[in-house]
Design a protein around this ligand. Sequence first.
Ligand code: ATP
Ligand code: MG
Length: 241
Amino acid sequence: MLNSPQTASPLLAARQLGKTVKTGTEQLTILHDIEFSLPAGESLAIIGTSGSGKSTLLALLAGIDQPSHGDVQLDGQSLAALDEDGRARLRGQLAGFVFQSFQLLPDFTALENVLVPLELHGVADATARATHWLERVGLGARLDHTPRQLSGGEQQRVALARAFAGAPRIVFADEPTGSLDTATGAHIADLMFELNAAAGTTLVLVTHDPKLAARCSWQLQLQGGHQIALHPNTAPDGWPA
Ligand SMILES: Nc1ncnc2c1ncn2[C@@H]1O[C@H](COP(=O)(O)OP(=O)(O)OP(=O)(O)O)[C@@H](O)[C@H]1O
Ligand SMILES: [Mg+2]
C-alpha cells in the first residue's frame, strides 16, 4: 500500500471499505474504497468538509455500522467475520468513545455515567476505578452531579473519563470539541491527548479543526466519500513525529 502507515500487525485497518445506502429508488455511495493501516499507539485524524463521510467512516471502523463492501480489522479481528453481538463484545473490550454531544445519561450522576459501562463489562473495583478517572479529569469534587449541573466542558470531561476508564486500546472521537467554545475545546483536546499518551491508547479522531488534526500522527482526508489524502504529520523520514 502506498503512502500509508505500515506495520506487521496494525491495531486498526480498513480494506476497500465502502458504504452504499438506498435513498428512495437510488443507490448512493457515501464511502468509496477506504484503505489504511494504523499501528497501535498512533493517532489518526479523519478530516473533510461537512457531508464528506467522516462520521460514517468512524461508525464503520468502530463496528457500529456495517460496510457494503470491504472489511475492518480491529486488533487483528475481522469485523465482517463477527455478528452484531460479537462486534459489540469486541467494542466493549477494546474501544472507548467520545462524541460531540457528550451522550451522557441525563438522570445519572457523573460517577454513575463512568461506572455503568464498567459494571456492564464486569470490571472489578468499578467504583474505585470510575472515581479515579473522574479525579484524573479534574472532577473529583463533582462525582454526584448530573449532566445538567455541569458545563459543556465538564460534561465532556466526564465523557473522557468514561472513555478511558475501561482501559481501551483504541478511542474513537467524533468532533469531541465541536460543541465547545474555543478555549474550552482547547482544554478538552489537551486533556484527551494527554490521557491518550499516558495510556498508550490508539486514537481515531474526526475533526473539522486543522489544529487538532495536526496533533495526530496521521491525517486521512475525505472528499465526497473518497479518501483523497493519507499522510503522516510528519517527520523528515516520513514517519510520524
Ligand atoms: N443512512 C443514510 N442514508 C442516506 N444518506 C446518508 C446516510 N448516512 C449518511 N448519509 C449521507 O452521507 C454523507 C456523509 O455523512 P456523514 O455524516 O458521514 O458526514 P460527515 O463528514 O460526518 O459530516 P459532518 O461534518 O456534517 O458531521 C452525507 O451526505 C449524509 O447525508
Ligand atoms: Mg459527522
